[in-house]
Design a binder for this molecule. Structure first.
Ligand code: NOJ
Ligand code: CA
Length: 700
């Protein structure tokens, strides 16, 4: 009897510790919530194992009582939601959005303020956000800091980049959680640091693996009107705490109720591939806001770009000297640099190449006035996004491109002057409409103007979305570089077809990316949306482009092909020079063939930091494309073609590393084999250090 009583009271304790519970539709996840001593606290369980220990939730508020404690639960509402929606572009044809929801209304009696915490538990993880309903005592307020915790259960392995308010362009470090602090300085100094947070602060999406083989990913979804979140680890308790990006005054967010925060997300599985296949981030975003998105189309492009990145050519019309120093007011009276690549003749060569090989568009950077001033930082605002240099004939190129059935892709480098861009935006987008530019690559290099704002602060987050919405009015697709990392907003605004927000291929010309970089990015950066990674570099030695550039691409050629499949994006560039592709037209064929939009996606092999193999079925066709990216270890990939249609015959073309290929010593050693394949066939393919392979599987 005593025992029964004890058990009863124990279970009552358990119940009272977590008064509210919510399970995922498949019952794999259980979210527990309670107010413990007035503090909102949640816990997450996956397959009967705790993966997030009891973690506190709340806010410090500027010049007011905090929203951290003194709460009690006044209402709890549970509901279920199940829909299937079709993305405008994507990795799959249809996405199921199925979750159980719990909205807990909390009252802070002493201040008479109310806050709702809304939880959604999906079959692949958890999302939760804070909501501030309209109320008397909480209308305008300033967030001093968000205090959301993610308490880890052990010393997991993390694949991380340093927390930074202005850049994500870091190489990843793989280490135990307790090692992050010690490795931080090295991770920062070896990389493109701007305003690193230091301590043990890391960026999201953060990928982790537990010693028991569980994969856990922390990120956020639907970052709107709010600052980007980083995570600071307290090693004593193994707990991450949220760190929001400050504004110029050091505040973390200006709020006006009714308002809510972005979703904080936890994706978890015992299979690495499930993290890659999770659609939780997209599902937590609002449905498409563009009524008729038929003008939004995937884009395969080349560009007058790699020449500048490698240092062979210049963006500026003159020799990168501030025009103030040069005394330039009229470029037509100024001597043009031979290195200026964005000139009509040269661009026509690119148009010819794009047209010959079936590319949709060509990107031309350095076409407009302002680059001289920007490099000299002589003015607050330099670009008007309208005035071409005298050697770039907008109308002639418009007509030439039209005649060749190729689009031109606009480039708007803002030099970080967001206000200047906003001032010129309507005219700049109208100019694009008038001259047949359907997409824009924008950029935010350097410190943000107005001074003191950060790339990832609330003010800039608002700016990026303003651009995307404004662009949609002009039916323009946006690929914003240096902007805040994506959080699934492309579900709502599918004209946001790309972002950079990570270390891209350009760094292969600035010293190189770690060979395992592309085995981590899909687990981290790509969780929020596609990246304009710009693969397809076939010449790995940069001294051939610029004798002063000793950088070497740390990838084999075969792996460069694989990236078109492993780095999912509806926007894909072939970065290298036409003359390089002309030397390897057999390998180039894969870039021409590979699809940009998919009906199905499968992860065949995956381990963060080691390798990823995807198979994807082209939209509206029976053809498949397979890609494998490999880290610095030689490995053999073994896959089964059991996803093919039993009633169809296929020809597979395999582009792979030769046995003696190596990213350091022999990166261009590839071989191409064509064979007939059928459903159920096994494929075993060697992957060199820094290598990989690509396969097209085409119906005969
Ligand atoms: C950095 C971008 O990532 C790169 O692609 C671009 O060419 C330069 N900025 C110049 O805008
Ligand atoms: Ca590895």
């Amino acid at each position: 009897m005593k025992k029964i009583l004890l058990l009863l009271s124990l279970s009552l304790i358990a119940l009272s510790t977590f008064a509210q519970s919510l399970q995922s539709p498949n019952k794999n996840f259980t979210l527990n919530f309670n107010v413990t001593d007035g503090v909102p606290t949640y816990q997450l369980i996956y397959k009967n194992k705790v993966i997030i220990k009891p973690s506190k939730m709340g806010f410090e508020i500027k010049d007011a009582d905090s929203l951290l404690d003194g709460f009690s639960i006044v209402d709890t509402q549970q509901s279920t939601f199940d829909e299937t929606w079709k993305p405008v572009w994507g990795e799959v044809k249809e996405i199921r959005n199925h979750y159980n929801e719990m909205a807990v209304t909390l009252s802070q009696e002493e201040t008479a303020r109310t806050m709702i915490i809304r939880f959604r538990v999906f079959d692949d993880g958890l999302g939760f956000r804070y909501e501030f309903p309209e109320q008397e005592n909480l209308t305008y307020f300033i967030i001093k800091e968000e205090r959301t915790q993610f308490a880890m259960t052990g010393n997991h392995t993390a694949y991380w980049i340093p927390g930074d308010h202005d850049t994500q362009e870091y190489d990843y470090t793989t280490s135990k959680l307790t090692e992050i602090r010690g490795l931080m300085d090295k991770a920062i100094t070896q990389n493109a640091s701007q305003t690193p947070i230091r301590g043990a602060a890391v960026q999201t999406s953060l990928m982790m693996k537990t010693d028991n083989g569980l994969y856990i990913n922390l990120h956020e979804a639907a970052l709107v009107e709010y600052a980007c979140m980083h995570l600071q680890l307290d090693e004593k308790t193994m707990t991450f705490g949220s760190v929001l990006t400050p504004d110029a005054q050091g505040n973390k967010g200006h709020m006006q109720a009714p308002r809510h925060t972005p979703w904080r997300t936890v994706i978890a599985s015992d299979k690495a591939g499930d993290i890659l296949m999770s659609h939780l981030t997209l599902n937590l975003n609002e449905p498409c806001a563009i009524k008729d998105p038929s003008w939004i189309k995937p884009v395969k492009y080349i560009g007058v770009w790699w020449e500048m990145i490698t240092g062979k050519s210049s963006w500026a019309y003159t020799e990168d000297v501030p025009s103030v120093q040069l005394g330039v007011t009229d470029f037509s009276k100024t001597k043009r640099s031979k290195r200026h690549a964005a000139n009509t003749e040269h661009v026509k060569e690119y148009i010819d190449f794009a047209s010959k090989h079936g590319f949709d568009a060509i990107l031309v950077e350095g076409w407009n006035e302002g680059w001289e001033d920007w490099f000299g930082k002589s003015k607050d605002y330099v670009f008007d996004f309208l005035t071409p240099y005298p050697d770039f004939d907008v109308v002639a190129l418009r007509e030439y491109a039209k005649s060749k059935n190729v689009q031109l892709m606009m480039h708007h480098e803002t030099s970080g002057s967001a206000r200047n861009y906003e001032r010129h935006m309507d005219k700049a987008y109208q100019f694009m409409n008038d001259n047949n530019y359907t997409s824009v690559k924008s950029g935010y290099v350097g410190d943000i103007i107005p001074r003191g704002e950060k790339h990832y602060g609330q003010w800039m987050v608002n700016h990026y979305l303003y651009c995307v919405k404004k662009a949609a009015e002009y039916k323009i697709m946006v690929n914003a570089h240096e902007a805040v990392r994506p959080t699934g907003l492309s579900r709502t605004y599918p004209n946001l077809i790309g972002n950079e927000s990570a270390r891209g291929t350009e760094f292969e010309a600035f010293g190189g990316n770690n060979p395992d970089h592309t085995t981590i990015l899909p687990f981290t950066r790509l969780i929020g949306g596609p990246m304009d990674y710009t693969p397809g570099v076939f010449e790995m030695d940069m001294t051939t482009r610029n004798p002063n550039n000793n950088s070497k691409v740390r990838s084999t050629l075969a792996r460069q092909l694989a990236l078109y499949v492993t780095m999912y994006s509806p926007l894909q560039m072939a970065a290298d020079f036409p003359e390089t592709y002309n030397k390897h037209l057999d390998a180039f064929q894969f870039i021409k063939d590979v699809a940009l939009d998919w009906d199905e996606t499968l992860v065949l092999e995956a381990e963060p930091g080691d390798f990823i193999t995807y198979a994807r079925k082209e939209k509206g066709s029976d053809n498949w494309f397979i890609g494998r990216t490999n880290d610095e270890e030689p490995r053999t990939s073994k896959i089964k073609l059991d996803f093919l249609d039993a009633n169809k015959k296929y020809t597979a073309t395999i582009y792979r590393d030769k046995k003696d290929a190596h990213h350091k010593t022999n990166p261009i050693a590839y071989e191409i084999e064509t064979m007939e394949v059928k459903k159920g066939d096994d494929l075993s393919v060697f992957c060199a250090p820094g290598g990989g392979y690509a396969v097209s599987v085409v119906v005969r």
